[in-house]
Design a protein around this ligand. Structure first.
Ligand code: MTE
Ligand code: MO
Length: 389
């Protein structure tokens, strides 16, 4: 059984909507997402394409090299020989919000039907990939940095992905060993994982044991034939010459409403029945909360909500970190209080949308960005609710 080393997952039902058991895929419930600025490890979404691999830390080696030479580092070497860095960064799956891309005219998209919870925000500690590359003089040539994990199928094809060398050399890309100041758990990549901030989760390879500097992208299914936004005309993924479609790297600007929400699967709720909490009743208002994030280190500029289907917008209050220019890796949380007097008695819709510092904004519907694999859905998020008195 390839899955024999998958860990026991305590309180999973409480924290997650479980999308599949083998491989294990679980997204954070919306109410949990906004309950703290850093997502606790036990509530952080898990996206595994295969089993969790067995690791013997005494024999574990990280190989790193190019066509000419290969070097190797033990877990302790890596921790002892290089300076450690900590960054706060969100991690989001390119398939987050896939379910919202299903469409009557354009069709049902293929893949795990995530709602808004394939995202989290954490403190990551590790060494800089650029420091390690430079220490072996591996920063002089090559176009891509390939990463491979210890999770391999029965034909020894291992999870793999790559990023452009420019991203690896210039940015805060980490070989991480801690998440929220604790040693990585096995679901999140123990002993080492790559953390590529600002870029889709698929490139942040877990259980990494091989790093290769090359002129080519990683030759893995997930780099070459998945995690690509295909043209809307493609209704069968097999119809395409994948080499002509670039691999997704940077995330786009995104936001979602996470409170109010129910503990039932967000994909299935048509109209959410909301009982205001005591604090809101006292203040005669309804509190709305959510997250926002952009890619490539761009900070969130504003998040707005609309109660009239986008005719007028209300500015929310942001909770965000002061981060260096083009290094805004953390997400932003936002809050708005709607006075009871402004709430219709009938069911009504709330929409949210974010803008980043480059004035990138979200599309109003997923129609124009529909793709068969349901990737990169960042259309305005909408919930329908009614107040339950
Ligand atoms: N790394 C390996 N080795 N195997 C995987 O299946 N999944 C990727 C990435 N790294 C994956 C991997 C994807 S698609 C995502 S979104 C993130 O890990 C999820 O990271 P998490 O499970 O720690 O949240
Ligand atoms: Mo992902």
């Amino acid at each position: 059984d390839l899955f024999q080393y998958d860990p026991e997952r305590l309180n999973a039902i409480e924290n997650f909507f479980i999308r599949s058991e083998k491989p294990y895929n679980a997204e954070t419930k919306p109410s949990m997402l906004i309950s703290s600025f850093l997502t606790p490890v036990e509530k952080f979404y898990i996206r595994n394409h295969m089993h969790v691999p067995f690791v013997n830390i005494n024999q574990y080696k990280l190989e790193i090299g190019n066509e000419k030479s290969t070097y190797s580092l033990s877990y302790d070497d890596l921790k002892d020989k290089y300076q450690s860095y900590t960054i706060t960064s969100a991690l989001q799956c390119a398939g987050n919000r896939r379910n919202g891309m299903n469409n009557e005219q354009q069709g049902t998209v293929q893949g795990t039907q995530w709602y808004v919870g394939a995202i989290g925000n954490a403190r990551w500690t590790g060494v800089k990939l650029s420091d390690v590359l430079k220490s072996f003089d591996l920063d002089k040539e090559g176009k891509h940095i390939q990463f491979f994990g210890l999770d391999c199928d029965t034909s020894q094809r291992c999870y793999g992905a790559s990023i452009p060398i420019e991203k690896a050399l210039n940015d805060d890309v980490l070989i991480a060993y801690k998440m929220n100041d604790e040693i990585l758990t096995s679901d999140h990549g123990y002993p080492l994982r790559i953390l590529v901030p600002g870029i889709v989760g698929a490139r942040s390879v877990k259980w990494v044991n091989r790093i290769i500097v090359s002129d080519k992208e990683a030759d893995s299914h997930w780099q070459k034939a998945d995690y690509k936004v295909l043209p809307s005309s493609i209704k069968q993924p097999q119809q395409i010459d994948y080499d002509n479609v670039p691999a997704i790297q940077e995330l786009n600007v995104q936001s979602a409403i996470c409170y109010p929400a129910s503990n039932d699967d967000g994909n299935k709720i048509k109209i959410l029945s909301v009982k205001p909490n005591d604090d809101d009743i006292k203040n005669r208002r309804l509190t709305i909360k959510g997250y926002a994030l952009s890619g490539g280190g761009r900070q969130i500029h504003n998040v707005q909500i609309s109660l009239d289907h986008g005719k007028t917008w209300l500015q929310t209050e942001l909770e965000q970190l002061a981060q260096p220019y083009m290094r805004a890796w953390s997400w932003t949380l936002w809050t708005y209080h709607i006075p009871f007097n402004d709430i219709p008695s009938k069911p009504f819709d709330i929409i949210c949308r974010a803008m980043d510092t480059h004035t990138n904004s979200q599309p109003d519907t997923p129609l124009g960005i529909w793709n068969i694999r349901g990737l990169m859905n960042n259309a305005w998020h909408k919930i329908s609710l009614q107040i339950d008195e």
